[in-house]
Design a protein around this ligand. Structure first.
Ligand code: WQD
Length: 325
């Protein structure tokens, strides 16, 4: 089985490509290298270009006799999506439309779509289930919800088998060189503060949560990758026709708890200058977003294997490895 992984040279993409190769799949990557790094995927064919280039996508599907697609290529920074909504609609929605057109023209039968917990917006529930109402609160979340609808509508007329995987808060690195370089999420943002000998910043400590800080569901990127592999295998073996599933651990962890763990792992817990400072809330942050994580377990027999300490220590190893020597 040959899979095209769009965005396969990215942070999550490199982990997904490795998991699929380890499972014996042939993989080809399409990536525009806007944030991807070819060095992450040296052992698979790389087609450099955008999913917006329909002719290139069609040639790639043909030349590599692609049977299935894992679509990861997208812009994913919430704050940027608010500043540049049309850029996000072009890259994430028009890009998906062009890709789906090429996929259906080529008769590709399996499609794994990278979705996000951002489709839920600010859910006011203890655990977010897949049937929790989806009310995105930013353009990024809307591009993912619209994407899910596009995939479902194409599947309804083409028989495309698909899995929409809604990631919660991704952290960690399977290998130091694959670490997230985006630095637009909690863990790398705290690393950046510590590198500058500045205190970690807590965006709001007056939320209705046990310690007043936001609660999230952190999941190791290697677990995200194994979930993609499990979904791809189920599609290939026709065990599922359509699946929408959360990828989380089902365990709420507060910002303060995460920062305390980061201070322990980085050896700065005792430093006065590293004591976290509370800042005003960030607009749009929900108090709690934690997955009901049973669907993937029940349908695919998948379970997350990595804990918070794995996530923080592997992310830190990747961060340190990237420092200018
Ligand atoms: C987490 C919490 C911040 C930095 C992301 C994105 C998107 C999606 C879901 C994939 C928030 C707080 C952060 C800091 C802080 N994933 N924070 N100090 O906003 O939960 O959602 O994950 O599609 O990537 O939507 O992630 O890491 O930005 O913030 O207090 O220096 O940490 O306020 O409560 P978020 P995040």
């Amino acid at each position: 089985m040959t899979w095209l992984v769009t965005g396969g040279a990215g942070y999550i993409g490199a982990h997904v490509v490795a998991a699929m190769r380890e499972a014996g799949d042939d993989v080809v990557v399409l990536d525009d290298l806007s944030s991807g790094d070819p060095a992450r995927i040296s052992d698979v064919p790389l087609v450099t270009g955008s999913v917006l280039d329909g002719a290139l996508v069609g040639r790639t599907l043909q030349e590599h006799a692609v049977d299935g697609v894992v679509h990861l290529a997208a812009k994913k920074q919430v704050e940027e999506s608010i500043r540049r909504p049309l850029h996000y609609y072009r890259e994430n929605v028009e890009g998906l439309r062009v890709l789906l057109e090429a996929v259906t023209d080529a008769g590709v039968e399996s499609f794994v779509f990278s979705s996000s917990a951002a489709v839920y917006g600010a859910p006011d529930v203890e655990l977010v289930r897949e049937d929790t109402e989806c009310r995105p609160v930013n353009p990024y979340g809307w591009t993912k919800l619209i994407g899910e609808q596009m995939v479902a509508d194409v599947a309804a007329v083409s028989g495309l088998r698909h899995a929409d995987l809604r990631y919660f808060n991704v952290a960690g690195a399977g290998r130091a060189e694959w670490a997230d370089r985006g630095a637009a999420n909690l863990v790398p943002m705290v690393f950046r503060q510590l590198d500058a000998r500045q205190p970690p910043q807590v965006f709001g400590a007056d939320f209705p949560t046990p310690d007043g800080t936001c609660v999230r569901d952190f999941i190791h990127v290697a677990d995200i990758a194994s979930a993609h592999r499990a979904a791809a295998r189920a599609l290939e073996e026709r065990r599922i026709d359509s699946l929408t599933a959360n990828i989380g651990r089902g365990e709420g962890v507060s910002v303060r708890e995460m920062i305390d763990l980061i201070l322990d792992v980085t050896g700065t817990a005792g430093e006065d200058w590293a004591k976290p400072v509370v800042m005003p809330r960030r607009p749009g942050d929900p108090a709690r977003v934690v997955a009901a994580a049973g669907t993937l377990r029940d349908v695919l027999g998948w379970a997350a294997e990595h804990d918070l300490e794995d996530m923080v220590s592997s992310a830190w190893a990747g961060w340190v490895a990237r420092r200018p020597q």
